[in-house]
Write a protein that binds this ligand. Structure first.
Ligand code: FES
Length: 343
C-alpha cells in the first residue's frame, strides 16, 4: 500500500490501486476515458516521488522528463505527490470547417487546428467536449496532402461525445483537441513490401489514411484494404475507395458485408477474417494493419500469426468503449492503439 498527495490531501491507495482510481474514489473530477493507459486523457504530473515506468509508456521523452504520467496506469510503490496538468500541455484549439454525413451513423468531421499540428495518418487524437470529458478518434487525413484534420465519428447510442459531435457541434465552432498519439501509421522503408489493411466500421479512418500516406511516399508493393461492415450502408466510403483502386494499380479494395442485400464483384459476404487469410498468402512477408473492433483484431491477429505473420509486422488500433462513471453513457472511444501487443 502507498499513498499520494493531491491538493494538499493525503490519499491512501489500496494494494494495486491506481492514482486515477484513488482520486475518483475521493470525488476528484480527473479527466479519463479508456483507463487502459493509451488515450492519454488522464495525463497528470508528479512533483515529488518515483513514477512507475509503466505509467509513462507512450509519452514523449520531453513529457517523461517533466514528470508527466498516466494516472490510470500508475500504481505507485512509494509516496507520490501529484498535480493536474495545465490544460494546454497537450491541447490546442481547432475550428470545425466541414461536417458531412457519410452514412446513417458516420459523420465526417474536418478541423482546422489553430497552430501547426504534427501527426501521422492513422494516429488518433482526443476531442474534448468539456475540460474532463474527451473521446479519441483516428486521423484519416494525411498531413502532407490535406490542410485539415479528418475524423470519422460513429454515433454511439447514448454516447456523450459522439452524439454531441453529430447533433450539436456546428461548422465554425471551435473545439479543444489533444496532441496526436499512437503507433499505427505507415513507416517509410521496404516500399515493395505487401501491405494488408483490415478493419471494421470506422476502423476505416486510420486505414485509408495509412493507405494514402503509403501511396504518397511511393510505396510500390500491393496494398490490400478490406473494409468489414454489417450492412451495405456501413461501407461509407465505397465509391471513393473504388475510385482510389482505379487510380492506383497497386491499391486493391475489398469488402466484407455481413448482411449484404446483393453480392457483386465489389460486394463480398466472405468474412473479413477469411478474406484477410486468403489475401495475405505467406503473411510472413506482409506488413499488416488491423483497426476496429477489439475482438476482431485479437482473433485476426492470432490467425495471421499462426499462418506465419511476424508480430513485429502487425500494427493494430483496437476500438474500445470508454469507461464512464455513468454506465448509461457508454460513448465509444475509438482508438486505443497499441502496436502488436496490445489490443
Ligand atoms: Fe488513462 Fe486513457 S490513458 S484514461
Amino acid at each position: 500500500m502507498s499513498h499520494i498527495i493531491f491538493d494538499d490531501q493525503r490519499i491512501e491507495l489500496d494494494e494495486g490501486q491506481t492514482v486515477l482510481s484513488g482520486l475518483l474514489d475521493h470525488h476528484y473530477d480527473i479527466p479519463n476515458s479508456c483507463r487502459s493507459g493509451v488515450c492519454q486523457t488522464c495525463l497528470m504530473q508528479a512533483v515529488d516521488g518515483e513514477i512507475p515506468e509503466i505509467a509513462q509508456v507512450g509519452l514523449k521523452d520531453t513529457l517523461k522528463a517533466q514528470g508527466y504520467f498516466l494516472a490510470c496506469s500508475c500504481v505507485p510503490q512509494t509516496p507520490l505527490r501529484v498535480v493536474t496538468t495545465q490544460a494546454d500541455v497537450l491541447r490546442c484549439s481547432a475550428t470545425v470547417i466541414n461536417q458531412t454525413l457519410l452514412s446513417k451513423n458516420v459523420l465526417r468531421l474536418r478541423l482546422k487546428p489553430e497552430h501547426t499540428y504534427e501527426y501521422r495518418a492513422g494516429q488518433y487524437l482526443t476531442v474534448w467536449k468539456t475540460a474532463t470529458i474527451g473521446r479519441s478518434y483516428s486521423l484519416a487525413s494525411v498531413a502532407e496532402l490535406d490542410d485539415f484534420l479528418e475524423l470519422h465519428i460513429r454515433r454511439i447510442p447514448n454516447g456523450i461525445v459522439s452524439n454531441w459531435l453529430h447533433d450539436t457541434v456546428k461548422t465554425g465552432d471551435i473545439l479543444q483537441i489533444q496532441a496526436a498519439t499512437g503507433n499505427c501509421f505507415y513507416i517509410p522503408g521496404s516500399p515493395e513490401q505487401k501491405i494488408l489493411l483490415a478493419g471494421t466500421g470506422t476502423g476505416l479512418a486510420p486505414l485509408i489514411g495509412i493507405a494514402r500516406d503509403a501511396l504518397l511516399q511511393g510505396h510500390t508493393g500491393d496494398i490490400h484494404l478490406i473494409h468489414g461492415a454489417t450492412q451495405m450502408d456501413d461501407l461509407y466510403l465505397h465509391q471513393a475507395l473504388l475510385d482510389m483502386a482505379m487510380q492506383h494499380h497497386q491499391f486493391h479494395y475489398h469488402t466484407s458485408v455481413l448482411q449484404a442485400d446483393h453480392v457483386t464483384p465489389q460486394i463480398s459476404t466472405v468474412p473479413l477474417e477469411q478474406q484477410s487469410i486468403d489475401v495475405a498468402v505467406n503473411p510472413a512477408d506482409w506488413r499488416i494493419y488491423l483497426c476496429g473492433d477489439v475482438n476482431m483484431i485479437n482473433g485476426l491477429k492470432r490467425k495471421l500469426f499462426i499462418a506465419g505473420a511476424s508480430m513485429n509486422n502487425i500494427y493494430s488500433d483496437p476500438f474500445v468503449g470508454s469507461v464512464d462513471t455513468n454506465p448509461t453513457n457508454p460513448d465509444t472511444h475509438p482508438n486505443i492503439d497499441i502496436k502488436v501487443e496490445q489490443a
